[in-house]
Design a protein. Sequence first.
Length: 364
Amino acid sequence: MKLEDFELVKKYNPFFEDMKNTIQDPIKHAEGDVFTHTQMVLDSILKTEEWNTFSKEEQDILLLTVIFHDICKPHTLTHEADGGISHPSHARKGAQLTRQILDKENYDFDTIYKVYQTIFYHGYPFWAYSKDNPQKNMILTSILSNNKWLYAFGKADLGGRICKDWEEWAYRLEVFKELGLENECFDAPYTFHSDYDRFEYFRKEDNFPNTQLYASYDFEITMLCGLPASGKDSFIVEMNEDLPIVAMDNLRRELKVKPTDNQGKIIQAAKERSREYCRKKQSFIWNATNLTKQVRSSLISIWLPYKPKIKIVFLHKNINQIVKDNKAREEKEIVPTKKIWEMHQRLEFPDIQEAHEVVFLEKK
């Protein structure tokens, strides 16, 4: 099986040509360029003992992970002061670029999400025990991806490189597996007693994963998250709950601020409106795009002292359909197509560390 045989590699050939021309550290990757390494990883994963234990769906996810895991090494190539070569943040950036590509190619959300998370964490098995809290990180990857996938990929990644300290990296990989087995989350997500316990465990440094806490919610905040035209307004209608809604569009009309004007006034008004509901212990819906973790966390940090249950609802609609549906909106509601593509690039999936409950809905 050759990389060149995959349709995605043919279609996005410029990225892979860049990989052929991107060098790697000669000590850690004596096999040569990034493309050569990726081909070797592909050859290697098909030979792992785990490969035939995976379902067809899991194999497809891992093949996509192999193909794209180092796609951003060309864009992150860094020559270190000591003469070494590194590719900082290539996993995070590669996950983002892969998400955009798979969405444009009309892959279903479940596949996009799983490939995204597996690429994001693909190097983690080799560094598991050097983390500040190895147990917490192991539990996190078991929920966001699958530690057995990461282990199998790690074996393939190691099989796809030539390095003098191969045994050291192989040992680290086995430590990762043992850590997963020890915490009962190697081939399944770690199970918490409740969503509240899970949220508090990841939020605080000194919590133990099996601790049972009293879930003290006084009210609920539903934060919608998604690109324009992804179906947030229709979801509110489908909820069929008589709840107040904090929405930027509504506030712009109320305060007579145009979308092209400075939005600082709108943002502050929205935050203050949400505080008013929090003080009253009134459940409400926050309706905005909320595309990045930074935006979401800045809001959640305002709300948490009031003891609400935070629920994030991420609405995914294929990007091609979003562009089409956006053009069919009323003229005053149309978002420039260029801006939608820019927002698509910035989007970051919410994860279970951010809220008590995170729901993903795929809209058509």
